[in-house]
Design a protein around this ligand. Structure first.
Ligand code: PLP
Length: 422
């Protein structure tokens, strides 16, 4: 499938767009002395590969608010890239961590399995879709969950081929990277990659050849036939199982599962989960009791505070405002999202849908200077996505969206930036 970026004569080369980075030299408020010192130390001791969207250093956080080491306050609508659903330092999660840490911090499940591992395993099987017997493996990160799901699927089916989608992100370990469908910066210079991975396009209506409407989805037939063709030409589908409802054989969870502590899970049909031999799954830290205690508290908070329902409310509030901005600011090309994770795709030209990567980078700076933390995403680095904690109050939501609107107005008034290299 030809990339639309290449098809359009007025667009800058793809490489240039993907090189666009947050314009840190832009209108920057001077960092305070503590921030400056940490910036220098960070540059000296951390590899440049550990990218950061914002050169700020947190000192404390509560709910949706963060304070940095110089006392600057921010509304955090980046939420640790989706790890802070229950907000910063939720008292119930902090209490659970403290209580478990006072008892014991670790034993390794392969030596002596912590009871919180077992309780969390049970609760995750209960709240996931599917009225069949399930089991749970706990690991430390999303990438590890992906790796283990592949191992389990291969052991259960005896088949090695994996179909992955373009435009996807699955993590930074070798197999997860092999599945990841975005070259720069994730895959570049890191080959060779794992074998027997077959990548097919994923429906991306807004930037497809027909410039379709994501809501209508009519233009997606081309992608469906590409997938069907892959079943004919590359991977036979006999292993495949079609589900009309949402009852996955293996379900992966990470991010907000333990309120910011490193924990991820693979929950799946018991017979599949039992396919690997004893000793074939696990790891030194997977199912660490402090992380499990935090996760159990997170599940309680979700239920007690109705955070699933709250996600829809917050998402709807953001979508409403973004749709209004779509009318007011030509820069906002598309608005989309599910639950509380909503996004707007910025374009330089509505008709051509030219990705506005530099503008997206500048928007992060403009928003931060007003006290709002955001991140961006997308194949072309031109998508602003919101990942505010689900405990964000109505007042905080309104404040954050007002700040975003101001930032959007500021970027809209600026001349189009040039994409620049690191
Ligand atoms: C869909 C998806 N899979 C996997 C990962 C990798 O997770 P982690 O960074 O915890 O390894 C991410 C992280 O952003 C993700 O969004």
């Amino acid at each position: 499938m030809a990339k639309q970026l290449k098809a359009s004569p007025v667009q800058p080369p793809l490489g240039q767009l993907l090189l666009a980075q947050p314009a840190q030299a832009a209108t920057g408020r001077a960092p305070g002395p503590a921030t400056q010192a940490l910036q220098d130390e960070r540059a000296r001791y951390l590899p440049r590969g550990v990218f950061t969207y914002h050169s700020i250093f947190p000192a404390s956080g509560t709910g949706a608010r963060l304070m940095d080491v110089d006392g600057n306050r921010y509304l955090d609508f980046a939420g640790g890239i989706g790890t802070m659903n229950v907000g910063h330092s939720h008292p119930a999660v902090v209490a659970a961590i403290e209580q478990q840490a006072q008892q014991y911090t670790h034993t390794c499940a392969h030596v002596a399995t912590p009871p919180p591992y077992i309780e969390l395993a049970r609760r995750l099987t209960e709240i996931t879709p599917g009225a069949f017997a399930k089991k749970t493996l706990l690991v430390n990160s999303g990438a590890e969950a992906v790796e283990n799901a592949v191992k389990i699927a291969r052991a259960a089916t005896g088949r090695s081929a994996i179909i992955a989608f373009e435009n996807s992100f699955h993590g930074r370990t070798n197999l997860a990277l092999s599945l990841t469908g975005k070259l720069r910066p994730y895959r570049q210079n890191f080959g060779p990659f794992a074998l027997d991975i077959h990548t097919v396009p994923y429906p991306y209506c807004y930037q497809c050849a027909q410039h379709g409407d994501a809501a209508a989805g009519d233009c997606c037939r081309e992608w469906v036939s590409t997938l069907e063709r892959a079943f004919l030409t590359r991977v036979a589908p006999e292993f495949a199982c079609e589900h009309s409802g949402v009852e996955p054989d293996l379900l992966l969870m990470a991010k907000s599962l333990a309120g910011g502590l490193p924990l991820a899970a693979v929950v799946g049909r018991a017979e599949l989960m039992d396919a690997p031999l004893p000793g074939g799954l696990g790891g030194t830290y997977g199912g660490n009791p402090v992380a499990c205690a935090a996760a159990l508290a997170v599940l309680d908070v979700f239920a007690r505070e109705g955070l699933v329902e709250r996600a829809s409310v917050l998402g709807a509030l953001a979508l409403d405002r973004m749709r209004a901005w779509q009318v007011r600011f030509p820069l906002v090309g598309d608005v989309r999202g599910l639950g509380a994770m909503v996004a707007m795709e910025l374009v330089r030209d509505r008709a051509l849908r030219t990705p506005a990567a530099g503008e997206a980078a500048n928007l992060l700076v403009e928003a931060r200077e007003r006290g709002l933390l955001l991140i961006k995403a997308g194949l072309y680095d031109n998508v602003i996505r919101l990942l505010m904690p689900l405990v964000t109050t109505d007042a905080e939501m309104a404040e954050g969206l007002d700040l975003l609107q101001e930032a959007l107005a500021a970027v809209s008034a600026q001349p189009a930036p040039h994409a620049e290299a690191h």
